[in-house]
Design a protein around this ligand. Sequence first.
Ligand SMILES: *Cc1c(COP(=O)(O)O)cnc(C)c1O
Length: 522
Amino acid sequence: MTTCAPELLSLFVAYGTTHESPDVERAVMDGLARFFAARPGEADSADDLGRRFADSHMPSGATVEAYLRYLFDDVVPHSVPVHSPHFMGHMTSALPSFVAPLGRIMTALNQNVVKLETSNAFTFYERQALAILHRLVYGRDQAFYDAHIQHTESTLGMLASGGTLANLAALWCARNVRLGPKGDFAGVRVEGMTEALRAYGCQRAVIVASSAAHYSLDKAVDLLGLGRSALVKVPTTHGGSIDLALLEEALAQCEREGSLVLALVGVAGTTETGAVDPLSPMADLAEAHHCYFHVDAAWGGPVLFSEKHRGLLDGIARADSVTIDGHKQLYAPMGIGTVLFRDPETARAIETNASYIVRGGSPDLGRRTLEGSRPAMAIYLHGALHIIGRNGYRSLVEEGISKAAFLARTIESRPELELLAEPQLNIVVYRFIPKALRERVQARSLDRDGNDSINELNQRLQEAQRDGGASFISRTTLRGTRYGADVPVVVLRAVLANPLTSRDDILAMLDEQIALGDCLAG
Ligand SMILES: *Cc1c(COP(=O)(O)O)cnc(C)c1O
């Protein structure tokens, strides 16, 4: 005797096999079409949205059709049109349409790649996708890939649900490798940080990166038990990449004060300005100081697809590990990051076995991942790498960089705007200058009060543009521009990653900004 009502059981009939699904399918397709066709409107306030979702009573149940109506009437219209060609403010872009059907396949199959027994082919499929990215970064020979791509004891890379976790996984490896077993000491992974510092005879252990590195590194040093003060932040040049002379000084200082440098982290494409650190000299320094070298290429990694621009990332193949986000410039949907390891043995340092699920010696991916149960997200990566392909990615990357250069040249040609840094990749930072201060900016004689008033104006400008809803550019505050390390500069930040954004869209967005700026400046 079954205990569940037939209506309830009918919810569990496999997707793709029921006669109801055409209706649901139509509701979904119609709802999405309405969203994508809608003209952008004014953004809702956070307060209004909070009130919409303020009922916490447990619902009694509903039909799928009724729920979809609610979703498309009350929620979806209030989400953000990140696909829009006029949305140029964040690293989130339009997606290729094939990811939606791939997502349906992934959720319908509900594979769990933590172990072979719940994923089978998808385990090897994920390893293949990671090996393709490994080859992009490290370019080892065929014999290397033949030996490691499906070898259970080799880890060419790990999937995670984003760059934050990919960086954390990499630095977890770095800590365990650098503070591994020594004499009687069984390694930091067994004995913890206090014993590790004693065994290695140092005061503390630190990670060194530029002040423009992503805030996920702050989380990582915290979680790894090093403490937030253990992230040594080296100032950048005006261009936004790490200042090598100051880096050398910082490393020498660490040595003098008995701090063990666990890892040096280079950034290939900072989140704020897209600047690339000088990776080759950093690799030399990491070697000289015997520290692990990680490159956070969450944003810039796909530049490797472009013969024309990949030179910017010279030295990346010398990194012990490299983070590349799938949900940024690989155009996979949200929730996918990767970390790749030069040495297939590195991830051994975090291996964890559990006899019921991730058995030692087994092909179970969960033995060497930070996360446990995971969906077969590799479907997006594997799919995009195959469908978009090398030439597709090359063209996407080159187009983004070329549009950023176009925007930068246009900004330079307009007296109303000031470019704050020459873009290295596809991110441009600039600001609006009110008429009264243009001469002083051009003569480089702007004082602190003038700068403060420009900051305040640009903040209001960005908010007004965002709330208007016609186009979107983000905003950040830079330090260490040509105005000096102690002068905060509020900038408008354009990210040119959406292939649907045209040069005309860029010009229209600037016109809107200048009109808004003139109006706000009064
Ligand atoms: C986006 C980004 C991250 C973090 O990635 P999430 O996917 O947001 O977790 C890390 N580093 C850099 C340079 C990034 O641009």
